[in-house]
Write a protein that binds this ligand. Structure first.
Ligand SMILES: C[S@@+](CC[C@H](N)C(=O)[O-])C[C@H]1O[C@@H](n2cnc3c(N)ncnc32)[C@H](O)[C@@H]1O
Length: 275
């Protein structure tokens, strides 16, 4: 394609995506915005401008037709009204994880406190970064078992200018953390091993999704750590069917409060434990 305008290219992308992608017009815009590195207003107000480097744009379109997630193709994901870098090394952030951040923020009443937060399973870094944005005096230790995920988190932490407040550590659960922890937060893998998932999820790191033969093993190990280390608060995302198992696991254990929250579709999605 030569001398094609934004308008022509949008039409062509929509025609290719429409048979396989439900939101083809929106995705066509997002692909073209990322290709041109422009925002939506620019796209809308420059419909007759010519688009360069069309071949690489249509390589992206072909990848999307094969159901590769848009976020991995464009290396962009929006979360909590901010834009983050993402690639195949880290899970694509999900909108419901915004609720986990709100859960934490509503409990940290004094924003001036110099608290130490630890995040287990930092992935792309979205949770620690958004908390660091809202809690200017808190420091963060963010752990992940995957060095590929840590590379993604590092890019985002640098982009947001938080390298001095969010320290990344490679390791499993709380093994790399000896310091006193005021608040533990996690969106761990919690799907039962072997569950068949939609095909687009096959592009995401499998150790970000599967949590063990039952699914909640990592959550239970984190609960053990919270009780052993007497961590004041632990906020955690979980699977929609894991509420009762968490409650049962904590039976007869010494804690002050256990509150659950739901996601945008009214499914149980997480909890905060207070000691
Ligand atoms: C569901 S993803 C969450 C990523 C990110 N926090 C988010 O909310 O988008 C879970 C993350 O936990 C990491 N992980 C899995 N097992 C772990 C373990 N034993 N210790 C630390 N991190 C682990 C995975 O590599 C992955 O990055």
């Amino acid at each position: 394609m030569e001398n094609f305008t934004i308008n022509d290219v949008l039409k062509e992308i929509i025609a290719k995506l429409a048979p396989v992608i439900p939101r083809a017009p929106r995705e066509a815009q997002l692909l073209l915005m990322a290709h041109l590195n422009v925002d939506e207003l620019y796209l809308m107000t420059n419909r007759n401008l010519h688009v360069e480097n069309i071949d690489s744009l249509f390589t992206w379109v072909d990848r999307r037709v094969k159901n590769e997630p848009l976020e991995y193709i464009t290396n962009r994901v929006s979360f909590y009204s901010e834009e983050f870098y993402v690639d195949e090394g880290a899970l694509i952030p999900r909108p419901e994880t915004e609720l986990l951040i709100d859960e934490v923020l509503k409990r940290v009443t004094c924003r001036d406190d110099k608290m130490t937060f630890v995040e287990v399973g930092v992935g792309s870094g979205i949770i620690s970064i958004m908390l660091a944005k809202h809690l200017p005096n808190a420091k963060f230790i963010a752990v992940d078992i995957s060095d590929k995920a840590l590379r993604v988190a590092k890019k985002n932490i640098e982009k947001f200018g938080f390298s001095d407040r969010i320290e990344l550590r490679l390791g499993s659960l709380l093994e790399p953390v000896e310091e006193h922890i005021d608040y533990l937060v996690s969106n761990p893998p919690y799907i039962e091993d072997g569950v068949e998932l939609e095909s687009n999820l096959s592009y995401e790191p499998q150790n970000a999704l599967f949590g063990g033969t039952v699914g909640d093993e990592i959550i239970q190990k984190l609960l053990d750590e919270v009780l052993k280390r007497e961590i004041n608060f632990f906020s955690c995302e979980f699977g929609y069917d894991q509420k009762d198992k968490i409650r049962t696991y904590l039976n007869n254990k010494p804690y002050k409060s256990l509150e659950f929250y739901k996601d945008y579709s009214d499914f149980d999605r997480g909890f905060t434990l207070g000691l």
